[in-house]
Design a protein around this ligand. Structure first.
Ligand SMILES: Nc1ncnc2c1ncn2[C@@H]1O[C@H](COP(=O)(O)OP(=O)(O)OP(=O)(O)O)[C@@H](O)[C@H]1O
Length: 226
């Protein structure tokens, strides 16, 4: 199991301090992060793989300082965005999944086999040669997840991965997340998704205000938002 460590982490955008004095050690299989809009959840999540750098304190993944060892950390930590369009970078479905492996030093045959197996796993084989940007929202989110997982990260961080999807696709994506072998950190407003998790962190104005098993943590969150 990997360990994500936040040590007195803060982040300010200009004068606005959006993450403030967060110390956490996350080593559970499934960790959820909830909080009101603007409470700093995305900023915190993005610090795990260096998309955002702390302005105070440090974040480590398996002892690696994310600010210094970004490349190594990003090999271990896959990030899934809310809007799959943000992370689809290649013209076709197959090329997008293959793009993740460009620095993995695999032989072309091994890389192709891994891509094919991943497409199959996410039900994307029949769409492999389609333009990625013309997929439906649900298919795009499956592609985004496939493109992350083909790199075999040990941790997957997802920032509201089901928010833009209809109920059926949200359920499908949630099932894929539930089936992952990887350690998972998920930011979500969809509280039922987090009920089966090992630990839930509640953020309020940049601080951790509850950190517990899902039931008490989600109760604390519901009380907080009234
Ligand atoms: N790149 C940026 N530049 C300036 N301010 C930012 C930037 N990104 C986020 N913020 C501000 O930081 C604060 C925290 O934002 P963040 O996205 O981390 O919150 P969040 O809890 O994920 O919110 P939401 O639930 O709405 O996604 C907000 O006030 C936001 O406006």
């Amino acid at each position: 199991m990997s360990v994500i460590r936040f040590e007195r982490v803060g982040h300010a955008f200009g004068d606005e301090r959006v993450v403030d004095g967060v110390t956490l050690e996350l080593a559970e299989r499934r960790v959820g992060i909830v909080g009101a809009n603007g409470s700093g959840k995305s900023t915190l999540a993005r610090m795990v793989n260096g998309l955002v750098t702390p302005t105070e304190g440090r974040v480590e993944v398996d002892g690696l300082d994310v600010a210094r060892y970004g490349r190594e950390v990003r090999r271990r930590v896959g990030f899934v965005f809310t809007n799959a369009d943000t992370q689809i970078v290649m013209p076709t479905v197959r090329e997008d999944v293959a793009f993740t492996l460009r620095r993995h030093r695999l032989s072309p045959a091994d890389a192709a086999a891994r891509v094919d197996a991943t497409l199959e796993r996410f039900g994307l084989t029949g769409l492999a040669d389609r333009p990625a940007h013309r997929l439906s929202g649900g298919q795009k989110q499956l592609l985004a997840l496939a493109s992350v997982l083909v790199g075999e990260p040990s941790i997957v961080v997802a920032d509201e991965p089901t928010t833009l999807l209809d109920a059926r696709n949200a359920r499908r994506i949630a099932e894929h997340f539930e089936a992952l072998d990887q350690q998972l950190v998920v930011v979500s407003h969809q509280l039922e998704l987090l009920e089966s998790f090992d630990r839930v962190i509640v953020m309020e104005a940049g601080r951790v205000v509850a950190d517990d098993e899902p039931r008490p943590a989600l109760d604390a969150y519901r009380a907080l938002i009234g």
